[in-house]
Design a protein around this ligand. Sequence first.
Ligand SMILES: Cc1cc2nc3c(=O)[nH]c(=O)nc-3n(C[C@H](O)[C@H](O)[C@H](O)COP(=O)(O)OP(=O)(O)OC[C@H]3O[C@@H](n4cnc5c(N)ncnc54)[C@H](O)[C@@H]3O)c2cc1C
Length: 386
Amino acid sequence: MILDAIVVGLGAMGSAAIYQLSKQTPYVLGIDQFRPPHTLGSTHGETRITRQAIGEGVYFVPLALRSYQIWRELEQRTGEQLLTITGGLFIGKEQSDVQTRHKPGWLRTTIDAAKTYGIAHRILDTAILRQEFPQIRTGPDDIGYYEEEAGFLNPERCLSVQLDQAIRNGASIRTNERMVSYEWKDGVLTVRTDHTTYQTRKLILTTGSWISESLRDTPFADLLRVYRQVLYWFDIQDNYQHYTPDRMPVFILNDREVYGFPAVGGPAGGLKLATEVYAQPTSPQSVNREVSEAETHAMYERFVAPNFVGIGPGCVKSAVCLYTMTPNGDFIIDQHPANPHVLLASACSGHGFKHSAAVGQILAELALQEQTMFDIQAFRLASFDR
Ligand SMILES: Cc1cc2nc3c(=O)[nH]c(=O)nc-3n(C[C@H](O)[C@H](O)[C@H](O)COP(=O)(O)OP(=O)(O)OC[C@H]3O[C@@H](n4cnc5c(N)ncnc54)[C@H](O)[C@@H]3O)c2cc1C
């Protein structure tokens, strides 16, 4: 049998793609080398920030807005809570030149995007920030952008719900099965795994930090870099009530390079915080998945103690996760340079989860209709100088 499409890699992007494909045809197959959700790629850690005014580029806003609709549609269909609205507080200097996920002027672009798309927000000066959010230490030149509809998604649940829905729609899912190669002959793609072979008209590669393997022998072989990132849950020593979701929104302290979430795991669950590190590229095969006491201590001294009131140095837990970065922090959503019947999506660059539901729709449209209603010009491989 020749399938309509195969999706290889069932993380955030692949689970969204197989769900969207399955709404159009049951002759689709999803394959993953592990059993998602798992902790070896980029889609774990209980929470992901979502927001609508996208500081990484105004052109991301339609993806974020469409994803909000899809999360709500999935919640209605399944009764699962995927999206929790807490509001989002993004603090920084309006004229800052700090690069955020390889993007300059992140807070300025966020405010521009909110104005362009009429996204509900308030701009808070330092006095109001201190009054409304005494748990965050603010600097004299800080302003706050507060977005009403920002919040967090549960990545593991979003992924599982989409795979479940795809199966209900008739899609097949194979886990603990690894794609080793594919070849194109006489109008059909043969996909070889470590178990068997399949035939398909279209192949979608959403292999996250492993995707460079599929760009070998192309001019884009060294386009992407994988970086180790660490998520920490630090002890809430005092003023727990300041950190619960009714008092604490999701937050990004842009110039101080730290972001986090309200305390959703109770008083003993800790406050989830992270920074972003681009010092040393790594790979999913060689990355150090242990978090040392020394790096936890350094994180606390540099990013936690100076910025938050009542948070102690004890670390409840931590997790290592992978960013796959393009040079400019945008995504790749395109045909493979060597075969137009193979599509690939590298939609990480540290900010992809919130857009993943819409990326799945785009991939399904490209695979089955060969066109999409979304403007993906910025995400074409040709936009990267090679
Ligand atoms: C620490 C951290 C914090 C983040 N915070 C946010 C945030 O707050 N908001 C936000 O919007 N985004 C955030 N992101 C980004 C977001 O999580 C990623 O964009 C997203 O998870 C990427 O998903 P993916 O599907 O591309 O990769 P993955 O989830 O890693 O999926 C790739 C899958 O491909 C499979 N695979 C690879 N090769 C093969 C093969 N040959 N055969 C079969 N299967 C294969 C892997 O097993 C894996 O399951 C964060 C990311 C990290 C790491």
